[in-house]
Every structure is written in structure tokens, then in C-alpha cells.
Design a protein around this ligand. Structure first.
Ligand code: BGC
Length: 265
């Protein structure tokens, strides 16, 4: 299944475009990103993540997605690709795999995808990508100091950005609260699975965010993930020292941030 708002062939040619891909447990999204505005040009396409979740099957899907995006229309068939994945990524090597097959773990995914896709590839953690997108183009733009971006989805992703510089692989979804992994209690999926009311969910978030704030004293907290579209349901119930604001790029943060990392790597 694919989705696009305008025809991909409408994409203008010229410099300043990169391909951004966001690999999730259910969907793999891709777009050609204008690096000057940080916006997807020609829409975001998505293909189902292969059920096996193996790196091999995902690489096939990425290849198809890139073909569908038709980057040739930009005049850059070798355009760098940024790929965001739900893994700790150190120098291109995946050290974990959330909702993916274990074949990712320990693999130099960056080198593997470069070989498979035949073009420059930069692989980054998905929350790091979203965080960089928000602080470069979104609500975190021009914010100085310590900015914490949390993505509330299947898990909890986190990105710490200090004066515009990313501290990679922060992994705050794995903090323990009351003997449980935080993301198993305060992610968007935990709310759905447990049928929590917004007020109950806000209590969970409050407990989690208070702990995070005590540990890291951020100057600003940005909450992203699909659930940021309903932020008026839970944000007013949160009370923290730092301002807490919803992310602005919504579902395109991952693809935009992935492309951004490809540009700067
Ligand atoms: C993973 C992170 C990822 C987050 C969001 C967590 O379970 O450990 O690496 O960023 O989910 O996908």
C-alpha cells in the first residue's frame, strides 16, 4: 500500500534534496526531502514492513521504496539516503532491534545497505532522527540548552540535543519505573493496550517525565509520535519545571531527520 499527496514526478530537479526513510515495526515510510525547508516533496510513501523483519527482507523493501520515489527525477540517482531504524546505532552498527528480527543486532547495517542499495547510506536511531528534525526544522528550532525529544509510539524513543548537537542513542524508554520498563507503561501503545483514559495516561506520563526531569534537567521537553496529534488530551495535566510542548512535524519527523543525518554525515 502506498500513499502520496502529489505525483512523485512533480518533484523539481536540483540540489538540496535527499531521501529519508523511517523503518517502523508496521510501516516503512520514505520521502524525498527538501533540505532547505525540511519538508517531504511529492508526498510520503509507505510500504508494509515485511513480516519477517529480517534485515534482508527490509533491504528489499527499501530498494522498492527508493525505486517508487523515483529519485532520478531529482537528477541525483546516487542521492544519499538516510535510514532511521528502531535500534541503538553506533557507527552504523545496530546494537539492538526493537520490533525487528535479531538479524539486525551486531550487523554493520550502514555498510550492508550501502552495498545493497548501491548508494551512500547513513543509518541512525529513529528517535534521534525525529529529535534532530524537530530541533532543526520544527518546534525545537533555535532553542538552546538541553532539549529532550520523546517519541511516544510502540515504544518510547528519546533524543537529547544540547545546543543543537545530538547526544546519540539516549534510550530513555528503557528506564525502569516501579520495576517495569518505562516504555511498557507510558508509550502510546501501552495506553491503547491497557485501555487507559487520557487522565490515567497523563498520570503515567507525569511519573515518567518527573523521573526523567530529575535525572537530566532538560530546558525543554518535546513530545512526539502519532499521539502528539492528541496532545490537548494529556499535556494540560502535566506539571514539570521545563516547558512541555507537542512536536510539530508529526509523522514526517523520522523521514526528515533521517535525510538530515544523511546530509551532514
Ligand atoms: C528502542 C529505541 C527506539 C524506540 C522508538 C525503543 O524500544 O529501544 O531505539 O528509538 O523504541 O522506536
Amino acid at each position: 500500500m502506498t500513499r502520496s499527496s502529489t505525483a512523485i514526478t512533480d518533484v523539481p530537479s536540483g540540489l538540496g534534496f535527499r531521501i529519508g526513510i523511517d523503518v517502523g515495526g508496521t510501516w516503512i515510510k520514505g520521502a524525498i526531502i527538501s533540505m532547505s525547508s525540511g519538508t517531504p516533496v511529492g508526498g510520503v510513501r509507505q510500504l508494509r514492513t515485511p513480516a519477517s523483519g529480517t534485515v534482508d527482507a527490509v533491504a528489499d523493501t527499501l530498494s522498492r521504496l527508493i525505486d517508487e520515489l523515483g529519485s532520478e527525477s531529482l537528477g541525483h540517482t546516487d542521492s544519499a539516503v538516510g535510514v532511521a531504524i528502531p535500534s541503538v546505532v553506533q557507527h552504523g552498527v545496530a546494537l539492538s532491534a526493537a520490533n525487528m528480527d535479531d538479524s539486525w543486532i551486531g550487523l554493520d547495517v550502514q555498510a550492508y545497505l550501502r552495498e545493497r542499495l548501491g548508494r551512500p547510506v547513513c543509518v541512525v536511531n529513529d528517535a534521534d532522527a525525529a529529535g534532530m528534525a524537530e530541533t532543526h526544522y520544527g518546534v525545537g528550532k533555535d532553542k538552546h540548552g538541553v532539549v529532550l525529544v520523546l517519541t511516544l509510539g510502540t515504544g518510547i524513543g528519546s533524543a537529547l540535543i544540547v545546543d543543537g548537537k545530538l547526544v546519540p542513542n539516549f534510550e530513555l524508554g528503557h528506564l525502569e519505573i516501579d520495576g517495569c520498563k518505562a516504555e511498557s507503561r507510558a508509550s502510546a501503545i501501552a495506553r491503547e493496550n491497557e485501555g487507559l483514559s487520557w487522565m490515567e495516561y497523563a498520570d503515567r506520563l507525569q511519573q515518567y517525565l518527573s523521573h526523567v526531569e530529575f535525572l537530566f534537567s532538560p530546558d525543554l521537553i518535546i513530545l512526539g509520535g502519532g499521539i502528539s496529534a492528541c496532545s490537548n488530551e494529556y499535556l494540560p495535566h502535566l506539571s514539570l519545571r521545563a516547558p512541555v510542548i507537542p512536536a510539530s512535524l508529526e509523522n514526517s519527523a523520522g523521514v526528515v531527520g533521517a535525510a538530515l543525518q544523511a546530509t551532514t554525515s
